[in-house]
Ligand binder design. Structure first.
Ligand code: BYC
Length: 480
């Protein structure tokens, strides 16, 4: 195995020498029909016969790893691709730091590793299920194509995790791989594992917010798993991150284009007050306060994905060398964290306060802090767009205690600034913070398909450049 050349001859494209690994090859080939059935049942509704201008990974060489072409989604070449092995790689953190990275699952950490791989795997099909109906209301062919690109790549990320399960976890791995195709987002009996993946993605603003906020959790978690001492997991996540960058791009530029359309329409109509919601809505664009509420919703739902602020699971995974910190390899400390502390926002004596906690137990909090910083960079770009139009409004991330279901703040209610409020006030003010039914109805009323090349819905601006540098009138999806 060179680690770079991809074998495209068999059913499953791969750079893991599947051809010489009969057992795993057979297991994956057996899993394949179930996956295709799942894709047909739960993947994008309609459009399966349409030709979509998709990128497919053809190499893992960072300089030229993808090719673009028209593909019918069910014919997409979902494959198993790992980033090239780094010769002599050592476990970078925890009690085994400095030992050679594991090429096989260490027996004592088997259950922990399997759980992390299964959770990661579960989120991938979940997001496809959540986005199943969006194609029908796409604001343009460009956006439709981006949705499908994200969907097929989430499907590939499922393949990535299923490969690890089938190759390294024996019978349990096979059972887990099957179960990944059985759970369903939002199903009361067999839901997906993490809360945010059972929520609905009912409209395109939600889709862009999801790809901005929730895919960014994906990026943070993958970066942490890419540090793993279990080398196959590290290499798998490193390559997934290459694809993930586009998902983040879709979210950030998607929301920016929604904001741009709003600002341009307001300027044209001479509306200066961003809170003049009724007049702004008459222009067929989404008012900035409603965009803020959607951000509040998706940010708070995504924070829950970081788990509890104080977590023994996280401490154990780090200590074992299984899951590191965000970009562990760029951090300058002992990479052991024993005896050090980290400030954690906690609920103490009924107040939200910073408390020093053992750094090992606070790793979820630390990753969440890194996430907050990363989100704010993107939000800064949204605000730049608003400022360029001279409109007095800033999108702000809500306080981390706002609208939480997991962790320290799950038992309290706060406003978006983190001031505690009682249930009665929460009920009264909820629609000030989160999209109300009438906000949802308004957004839904805008969700009409625009399937002619070079046309865009009123509520979203065209992109600055096309995918693969294609011109504006390019037919990204040939609908049939
Ligand atoms: N919902 O000790 P704690 C992505 C459970 S997104 C439900 O704090 P830990 C993507 C927890 O499982 C990234 N349950 O947990 C994005 C535990 O239960 P058990 C996905 C929750 O382990 C967009 C118990 O509460 N990858 O890739 O420190 C599109 C105690 O919690 C939740 C990963 O998440 C929740 N939100 O932290 C497509 C990486 N939170 O086991 C894809 C792998 C916690 O005691 N996962 N619980 O019964 C992990 O690293 C960790 O499992 C978590 C939780 C960060 C999720």
């Amino acid at each position: 195995m060179t680690g770079v050349a991809v074998d495209y001859d068999g059913l499953i494209p791969n750079n893991v020498a599947l051809g010489q690994d009969e057992r795993v090859k057979r297991a994956l080939e057996k899993w394949h029909p179930g996956y295709i059935n799942w894709w047909n049942d739960m993947g994008p509704d309609g459009f399966q016969e349409s030709l979509v201008y998709l990128r497919t990974a053809v190499s893992v060489d960072p300089k030229g790893w993808a090719k673009f072409d028209y593909v019918r989604m069910p014919d997409y070449r979902w494959g198993v691709l790992l980033a090239p092995a780094q010769e002599g790689r050592k476990i970078p953190f925890g009690r085994h730091k400095g030992e050679p990275a594991w090429q096989e699952v260490p027996g004592e950490y088997r259950a922990m590793l399997r759980r992390l791989v299964v959770i990661q795997g579960d989120t991938e099909p979940a997001s496809v299920e959540q986005q199943r109906y969006l194609g029908k209301t796409a604001p343009s062919l460009y956006d439709l194509r981006n949705l499908f690109q994200v969907n097929v790549e989430e499907g590939r990320h499922l393949w990535a995790m299923v490969y690890l399960l089938q190759k390294y976890f024996g019978t349990d791995g096979r059972d887990e791989a099957e179960a990944l195709l059985q759970r369903r987002s939002g199903d009361p009996d067999t839901p997906r594992m993490l809360g945010a993946f059972n929520e609905k993605t009912p409209d395109w603003l939600s889709f862009f917010m999801f790809t901005f906020f929730t895919d960014r959790d994906g990026k943070m978690q993958l970066e942490a798993l890419a540090q793993s001492g279990f080398d196959p997991l590290s290499r798998t996540c490193r390559f997934m991150l290459t694809e993930e960058a586009h998902h983040m791009f879709v979210g950030e530029t998607g929301v920016t284009r929604v904001i741009q359309a709003t600002c341009e329409a307001m300027k044209k109509a001479g509306i200066e007050d961003p809170n003049n919601i009724a007049e702004v809505r008459k222009l067929g664009v989404i008012d900035l306060p409603t965009i803020q509420k959607k951000a509040n919703l998706h940010f708070s739902l995504t924070l829950d994905l970081f788990g509890n602020e104080i977590s023994t699971n996280a401490a154990n995974a780090f200590h074992a060398g299984i899951k590191g910190r965000y970009r562990e390899d760029r951090l300058k400390d002992d990479h052991l964290l024993e005896g050090t502390t980290y400030p954690v926002l906690r609920l103490v004596d009924g107040k939200i306060q910073n408390v020093d906690a053992p750094a090992l137990s606070a790793l979820n909090m630390r990753l969440r802090d890194d996430y907050f910083v990363d989100c704010n960079v993107g939000v800064g770009r949204w605000n730049k767009m608003i400022a360029e139009h001279g409109i007095a409004f800033m999108i702000k991330l809500p306080n981390v205690a706002f609208h939480r279901r997991i962790g320290e703040f799950a038992t309290i209610k706060t406003d978006v600034d983190g001031n505690m409020i009682d249930d009665a006030e929460w009920t009264k003010r909820r629609s000030e913070f989160l999209p109300s039914d009438s906000d949802k109805d308004f957004i839904e009323s805008l969700m009409q398909p625009h399937f002619e090349p070079a046309t865009f819905a009123s509520w979203i601006a065209p992109p600055k450049v096309g995918i693969d540098n294609k011109p504006g009138e390019f037919e990204y999806v040939k609908i049939s």
